[in-house]
Design a protein around this ligand. Structure first.
Ligand code: PLP
Length: 365
């Protein structure tokens, strides 16, 4: 079965770098918050072209701690999309804040300036935008200046978009802060969990640094409430340092696969939304079809796995019971019924890409 991504191929390809990184940490005897973490934070901040990187245990903590550091607290309302896998909403629930759900554009699957304007006039205390599937939010620059003009904090969730560039800048450098995940299958992935907050604000950086380690302002002196232990370990940081220099090249390989799909997939019942520039790092390649379940079955019988990212809009999740019963986000709801994710990862061979194209093109609903 051809999977939608393949971690063991990635590990095999980089076995010696990975082993070298792990050996470096073992030999140093320093396993938590040591030189590898420090160097990774410096290099990743430099890569995004932002002032600070604070590494954390995972991407969901990154969202939560960034929001807390930006001043979001219990009882606040925060704008977010409902088609991005519930991660931001989970972080909001942990804080005790309420989500205000924004709709998305059907072609980009991303939020628009107009939806952010609506949220701001509703009176949200912060906005989270997600660069979904690896595609930079087209209007991120205008969204950032609008939020800044209104004095509302903006968090960019970049967990699927490491390295995407728009208007000459990397995503993660536009908002008040940005959250990243280094979960193994992300564009920049560790061999375990990891995450980070990126920010140009000294104040937000200092706060996240305190929140990730018991609320300490200095050793054993607890100044901040709502803190925790959320640290990236040295082994994961060392592995990420091996992968970071190859990130742009891996993103190009992903983009080339997506480009081949867009050019060669030719089926009246399948829509590909084409993006060919570096605002897209092809974390996931997602097509749309009115009969996606039939397409999914057809692919399965051809030995090709597919997946749905994501099948349930946040506001329809069982955790909310009837709370959002009257909410209907037209595009979000429609997309959740039509989207299908095809295999797309840097180690995929041209023959495998052609296999997928052939299977999609020969499908009749
Ligand atoms: C993966 C992901 C996260 C969460 O990251 P974890 O490291 O798994 O906690 C957040 N947002 C988006 C959009 C993601 O894809």
């Amino acid at each position: 079965m051809l999977q939608i991504n393949n971690l063991s191929e990635r590990i095999n390809k980089h076995k010696s770098e990975i082993s070298g990184a792990v050996a470096r940490v073992i030999n140093s005897g320093w396993v938590v918050l040591g030189p590898e973490v420090k160097r990774f934070e410096q290099e990743f901040a430099q890569y995004i072209e932002a002032r600070h990187c604070i590494s954390l245990a995972n991407g969901t903590d990154a969202i939560e701690l960034a929001l807390r550091a930006m001043g979001v607290s219990e009882g606040d309302t925060v704008a977010t999309v409902a088609n991005a896998g519930m991660y931001t909403t989970t972080a909001l629930l942990a804080i005790g804040a309420s989500p205000y759900f924004m709709d998305v554009d059907t072609a980009t699957h991303n939020v628009t300036l107009q939806e952010v304007e609506k949220a701001l006039s509703f009176g949200v205390s912060a906005v989270v935008v997600t660069h979904l599937y690896g595609l930079a939010v087209t209007e991120i620059e205008s969204i950032a200046s609008l939020c800044s003009k209104k004095g509302v904090a903006l968090l960019e969730d970049c967990a699927q978009a490491h390295g995407a560039r728009i208007n000459g800048r990397r995503v993660g450098s536009f908002g008040t802060a940005a959250s990243f995940s280094f979960y193994p299958t992300k564009n920049l992935g560790a061999l375990g969990d990891g995450g980070a907050v990126i920010t140009n604000s000294d104040q937000v950086a200092q706060k996240v640094q305190g929140l990730r380690q018991y609320g300490w302002s200095s050793k054993y002196k607890v100044e901040l409430g709502n803190a925790r232990n959320s640290r990236l370990d040295e082994i994961q940081a060392a592995i990420l340092l091996e992968f970071l220099p190859g990130l742009d090249a891996c993103n190009s390989l992903r983009r080339n696969i997506a480009k081949t799909y867009c050019v060669e997939i030719n089926n009246a019942n399948v829509t590909c939304d084409q993006v060919n520039d570096d605002s897209y790092v092809a974390h996931l390649f997602v097509v749309r079809s009115m009969q996606r379940n039939s397409l999914r079955e057809h692919l399965k019988s051809a030995g090709i796995a597919s997946d749905i990212h994501y099948p349930i809009p946040d506001y329809q999740q069982p955790v909310f019971k009837d709370e959002y019963k009257s909410l209907h986000l037209k595009n979000t709801a429609q997309l959740s019924q039509e989207i299908l994710t095809l295999p797309c990862y840097p180690e995929m061979t041209h023959i495998q890409v052609e296999q997928v194209v052939h299977a999609v093109n020969t499908w009749k609903p």
